[in-house]
Design a binder for this molecule. Structure first.
Ligand code: ARG
Length: 586
């Protein structure tokens, strides 16, 4: 499909005022309308015509220029120009591509690292606090974009920008003294949380603690070995804890460079800004006046406080410059909560003011919050629900559901499935991660455990189950001798056999996989891919209801097994890219 979409985009580019890309094409909700469509709304102003008229004109121009790509038919439906790939051609080429290669194949994969460097920053939690459910948003989305980016040929450089610097670490140092702890004390993450809460309470009663903390952070900034050792200990405890959860989620980073990583670059940065006349004094602090991308003035970016201390934004400016010097990225994406929108506008504003043209390549992808239906969780102080807790609850729920299903005579595929550790973990992680990813990043996630873990509906378990369904059909085909090869191979006879509407629709849906990967990357939204995979399972469901696979005439069974295998591959690859584990049975 991608090849056809490219042809369509190229053809349209010849007759449009300015060229378009495949991501400018839409995929019509009803395949009867076509396989992809170009919406003409946006051109209406420029061309001073109604969108349906533009659509007709474009088709006429394409035909007049003999520019309709061979193998595609073109038509209009209201404001859209629709392109359709003929069924036979789609079956032959798409099925062949999907079934090429072993295992789950490489459909939609592009050669590695030929598409430019993409610096992708995600997760970025603060040290000395456990990962809470809210951190799943930047972690799951970032990791999905990371995988899809690599699969599609980008040279992805992933960075976890830990919050590991600032005066709160001075406070922790004070806590060590106050509670008689040392670098050798046996401490875990929860101990750090506890110490931090208690030292803050103590500081309210005793102002000298505040001064001690400030002094400790000053020492830390100056590289004092004792304070540095305490700080290091807190960072190490935290990273160990984060890694444990990242492993469960299948997340890894090329670089864990916390804010502290840039500490020696801050003074030179301030120097440079000062000598360039960009840093001005304002109410005792040092700021750079900035505008946003549209040139509108926004609050100035504070880079140095009146006491001389640098701040979060100073480290972000230094980090961006460092990353550019090191990677010469073509795109740098920050996946960070929507509440930091202004912060990133300010940071990008400073970079622009410093004359870095690459500032235009930086983008902030914001995301919304978590909201709980369960009152108990939503009223908990500070919304402090750890990711681990949520995964634990999801696992319990999965085990209960699986026990019920194993007894249900209407679920023969689940009969042999026992809720063992591996499966409950895989389904729970799949459920929680999918639920997060399928929500548009800018929206809040409504979390209701029962709905998240449901085996039916638009959920992770439903997709995982559809995948095990394909596996079980293929298994049965082998057991009954209806499939004699280890792998399902493409055969040229398939187009003659696969004619049913549901068969053609399924193949075309599967063929759209690469287009959805591309959209996922260009909009930085994993929800694109998540929703597409739901469409795949729906198309598969319709096919499976209408077309019997096993026990038909051998050439029919064999052609339909190709469809089952193609579905399995696209689902497996898509889920894997999203970070959803694939249980064998459930
Ligand atoms: N640690 C920050 C927080 O938890 C997020 C860091 C985002 N990344 C950045 N480059 N500022 O709020």
């Amino acid at each position: 499909m991608e090849r056809y979409a490219k042809l369509a985009a190229e053809a349209l580019s010849q007759v449009l005022p300015s060229p378009i890309r495949t991501t400018d094409l839409e995929i019509p909700p009803d395949p009867k309308l076509g396989d992809f469509a170009f919406p003409c709304f946006k051109l209406s102003k420029e061309l001073r015509k109604a969108p349906p008229q533009i659509a007709q004109q474009l088709v006429a121009d394409l035909k007049a220029r003999n520019a309709v790509p061979t193998g595609l038919s073109v038509s209009t439906a209201g404001p859209y120009v629709n392109f359709t790939v003929p069924a036979d051609e789609a079956i032959r080429s798409l099925l062949k591509d999907i079934l090429a290669g072993d295992g789950i194949g490489h459909y939609g994969e592009l050669p590695p690292k030929h598409r430019g460097a993409w610096t992708l920053e995600y997760s970025s939690p603060n040290v000395a606090k456990p990962l809470n459910i809210y951190h799943l948003r930047p972690t799951a989305l970032g990791a999905a974009l990371d995988r899809v980016g690599r699969y599609r040929g980008f040279d992805v450089i992933s960075i976890n920008h830990l919050g590991d610097w600032g005066k709160q670490y001075g406070m922790l140092a004070a806590a060590f003294r106050l509670f008689n702890k040392t670098v050798d004390s046996d401490l875990g993450m929860m101990d750090l949380v506890d110490m931090y809460v208690k030292v803050n309470a103590a500081a309210e009663a005793d102002p000298s603690i505040e001064a001690e903390a400030r002094n400790a952070f000053l020492k830390l900034e100056q590289g004092d070995p004792d304070v540095t050792a305490l700080w290091r200990k807190c960072v190490d405890i935290s990273i160990r804890e984060f890694e444990r959860i990242y492993r469960r989620l299948g997340v890894r980073f090329d670089y864990i460079w916390g804010e502290s990583f840039y500490k020696d670059q801050l003074e030179p940065l301030l120097q440079k800004l000062r000598s360039g006349g960009l840093l001005i004094e304002s109410e005792g602090a040092w700021v750079v006046p900035v505008t946003n991308r549209e040139g509108k003035e926004i609050p100035p970016c504070i880079l140095q406080k009146s006491d001389g201390a640098t701040i979060y934004a100073t480290r972000d400016v230094a980090a961006a410059i460092y990353r550019y010097e090191r990677f010469h990225f073509d795109r740098m994406t920050y996946i960070v909560g929507a509440e930091q929108k202004l912060h990133f506008e300010q940071v990008f504003g400073v970079l622009r003011k410093m004359g870095f043209v690459w500032a235009a390549r930086c983008e902030h992808i914001p995301f919304g919050l978590y909201r709980f239906k369960d009152a108990k969780m939503s009223t908990r102080k500070g919304n402090f629900v750890t990711l681990e807790e949520v995964l634990g609850q999801a696992k319990d729920r999965v085990a209960t559901l699986m026990r019920e299903r194993a007894k249900d005579p209407e679920k023969p595929d689940s009969a042999g499935a026992t809720p063992n550790e591996d499966t409950t973990e895989a389904v729970a992680v799949g459920a929680v991660v999918f639920h997060d990813l399928h929500t548009d990043p800018v929206r809040d996630v409504e979390f209701d455990l029962e709905r998240v873990v449901d085996f039916e509906g638009e959920t992770g378990p439903y997709l995982q189950y559809a995948h095990t369904r394909c596996l079980s059909i293929l298994r049965k085909a082998r057991e009954t001798g209806q499939l004699s090869t280890v792998e399902v191979k493409f055969s040229d006879r398939a187009p003659n056999v696969l004619k049913a509407t549901e068969e053609v629709a399924l193949i075309k849906t599967l063929g759209q996989f690469p287009l959805h990967l591309e959209r996922t990357l260009s909009f930085a939204k994993a929800s694109q891919l998540a929703h597409y995979l739901i469409d795949v399972t729906k198309a598969f469901g319709a096919f499976y209801r209408e077309c019997r696979v096993l026990g038909e005439a051998p050439e029919v069974t064999s052609a339909r097994l190709m469809l089952v295998e193609a579905t399995r591959r696209v689902l497996a690859r898509g889920l894997q890219l999203l970070g959803i584990p694939l249980p064998e049975r459930m």
